[in-house]
Design a protein around this ligand. Sequence first.
Ligand SMILES: Cc1ncc(COP(=O)(O)O)c(C=O)c1O
Length: 423
Amino acid sequence: MDRRHKKTGKELNPETLALGYGYDPFLSEGAVKPPVFLTSTFQFRTAEEGQRYFELAYKLRPPRTSEAPGLIYSRLNNPNLEIFERRVAAWDGTDEGAVFASGMAAITTLVWALLKPGDVILSTQPIYGGTHYFFEHILPAFQITNRFVPATGDVSHALREAVREFGPERIRLVFIETPANPSNVLVDLSRAAEVVREVRVAGRNACHLAVDNTFLGPVFQKPAAFGADFVIYSATKFLGGHSDLIAGVVTGSSHAMEAVKLYRTILGTMANPFTGWLLLRSLETVSVRMRRQAKSAQKLALLLAEHPKVKRVYYPGLLAPGTAEHAIYEKQCTGPGSLIAFEVEGGVEGAQRVLNHFEIARLAVSLGGTESLVEHPMTMTHSDVPPDELARIGVSPGLIRMSVGLEHLTDLKRDLLSALEAL
Ligand SMILES: Cc1ncc(COP(=O)(O)O)c(C=O)c1O
């Protein structure tokens, strides 16, 4: 299967591509589903073939017409990873993908591939805790500086201010997570992309825009269409979708992905073949799962918004038309996703009481799986964020984050209402 319908030349949709693109059954005994290629290494037919494959893999020469790279060793390439990478790139509207052992492996490998001592990252805050730790506590030892800008809609002014402070030559990466975790604040990607283009021109360098698309991608948000050079995922979440694997993904243009793939090979941060196979299985249903989860989440968010014991609900599906944030939502998102944050009365004690009374939603961190999960950001996922920063990013003592799963909506409503009765 090609990305286009052969007869009509029309582009196929990612839902269709997820079922057949990038895999030739007749290379695998006619198996309709790709087998698991549990092998560390691949046999060459001749010594000359092995030489050719290495020349192409290490870019020692350009490929000749119709010469395709071959399989060598599973740290460089493996069919389970390659098929998944083609399909996830099709979802993102990018050329290529690379799958990693975790979301953090994806983020760290991307940064090592792009930055060198003296360089600066501009990133939005709040950001996932592991990314925060890497940027703030590990990169400084390598003379790489991170500067946070608040994730508030149009970040272009704050980005330009930071560019003036450091000088455009030093800014190599703008890193955005939208919606932000856990407050669900949206960042305007096309306005950020404008600044990245200005930096490229003024600094005569290769500044890139990377977007962590874990919360809404690949179904409800396509950052590449708004100027992102790299789209990043914790594939542990919706892409994997069943809370049974840890993985990460980066997609982008073939040119941009060259360095990322090289660094993945050298650092050995790729996923294993079985994880690649699980991801292939999961990608077939990602659209169905995410749409159904979002439908339930929208209903639960409305229920929460009307509840007398709930002080505030953060959910993209509740944004008021006419506001700047709603305009960003309309421009860059095609659905609200299934993560809701809500603040209950009674601070930490109130939140913990509610959390202890869920029967169906599990009390666990992570998100995007088939089962609903609830957690307390202040004492769990965001517990290492300093108190003054917590207040700034909207993590109040009574805040609860819920990842809505595929359970029957009636049961989820009952579970939520009865947990709130504990207050
Ligand atoms: C938005 C976001 N990015 C990255 C990560 C890191 O992914 P992983 O846990 O797969 O390493 C997470 C994990 O929770 C996340 O929520």
